[in-house]
Ligand binder design. Structure first.
Ligand code: KG4
Ligand code: ZN
Length: 343
């Protein structure tokens, strides 16, 4: 089955075609970074308008590149939430309408489910059951994944998400939007440990996270001292190390608690090199297999939506004709294909 996937939950327009037999046939991403940069963050209305402008040309481009005329598409999957409601509605309305026009099933996909399945786009792919560390701009969670659609949230952030902490700290250091990758690049030039930032929540039992105290510690430090390039790099390095240490401790705990042998890491912060290296090393020491998608499939993309859609549509899942989009949507409310979702 060949599925067109559409992602428009935030500030990236992503489109892909995934074929159940042949794998990923094509994908493209249009990033709105330049559009939002002058505002220092995503402006929701501008994001929606830009999805309106870019989505159809991007779909045409991906279909042509994948040599896939409409008649060969067997289903359309689109991100239905969680995310910015206007942005989601652009992809959901177009995805649903294309499915109707082409006479194929359409399905709304949970953005975080797609993130946690993204490592399965790679070879070798992880096999379920596994534990997923989902670290994005909006979410930080540890999830026990028993099977497609069977998810238990083991812990999540009580305040800022890991990506949000990266972005806010980057702003404090005067780095341009989007802050996460810029802060990670600066961290590579600095020395962790020159500043001493807390490792939030590691001393407490449980699997929840909290990053706002870390952000405050950075704010206090940068207000006390004159910032030059070396200081900024050292702050960035210690901040990144504090986030990485915290995530590693919580992953270790989640793996011990569940007895899982496989960890997958996904979401935008999963592209962070220091985190990838630390978790790989931890995996070697502890005897777990650790899987990541390539960095471009950690951040938002259409491939993960096409893939999640293919898995669910191939298993026979079907949705109503109504256009569905939800700004908030709990991961645990999902069900395996074939079992109806509680609303
Ligand atoms: O998954 P994603 O693309 O969008 C959401 O669903 O939120 O994640 C975006 C987040 C942003 O906060 C961004 O700064 C962060 O991921 N990010 C990074 C890196 N690349 C993206 N954070 C740290 N290091 C990176 N290399
Ligand atoms: Zn995302």
């Amino acid at each position: 089955m060949r599925v067109l996937g559409i992602e428009t939950s935030c500030d990236e327009t992503g489109v892909a075609i995934y074929d159940s037999g042949r794998g990923l046939l094509g994908h493209a991403l249009y990033s709105q970074v330049a559009l939002h940069a002058e505002f220092g963050g995503v402006v929701p209305e501008l994001a929606s308008r830009d999805h309106v402008r870019k989505l159809i040309p991007l779909i045409r481009q991906v279909m042509a590149g994948a040599d896939t005329p409409a008649g060969e598409i067997g289903g359309v999957a689109y991100t239905a939430g969680p995310g910015l409601i206007g942005a989601l509605l652009v992809g959901a309305a177009l995805g649903r309408s294309l499915a109707y026009a082409w006479g194929v099933p359409g399905l709304g996909i949970h953005h975080m489910e797609a993130h946690l399945l993204a490592p399965m786009l790679e070879t070798p792919a992880p096999e379920m059951p596994f534990v997923a560390l989902l670290v994005s701009g909006g979410h930080t969670m540890l999830v026990e994944v028993a099977a497609l659609g069977r998810y238990r949230v083991l812990g999540e952030t009580l305040d800022d998400a890991a990506g949000e902490a990266f972005d806010k700290t980057a702003k404090l250091l005067g780095l341009p939007y989007p802050g996460g990758p810029a802060l990670a690049a600066l961290a590579e030039q600095g020395t962790p440990g020159v500043f001493g930032f807390p490792r939030p929540m590691v001393g407490r039992p449980g699997l929840d996270f909290s990053f706002s105290g870390l952000k405050t510690a950075v704010m206090i430090a940068v207000n006390r001292i004159e910032l030059d390039d070396t200081v900024r790099a050292d702050v960035a390095a210690e901040f990144q190390q504090a986030v990485v240490d915290t995530l590693v401790v919580k992953c270790r705990r989640a793996m011990a608690q569940t007895g899982a042998g496989t960890l997958v890491v996904a979401g935008g912060v999963g592209a962070n090199r220091a985190l990838r290296t630390a978790l790989k090393q931890e995996g070697v020491q502890q005897g777990w297999a650790v899987f990541y998608p390539r960095p471009e499939f950690c951040t938002d993309n259409g491939a993960m939506i096409a893939y999640a859609g293919m898995l669910r549509l191939r298993a026979g899942e079907r949705a109503q004709l109504a256009i569905e989009a939800r700004a908030r949507w709990g991961l645990e409310s999902l069900r395996p294909p074939g079992e109806s979702r509680p609303d």
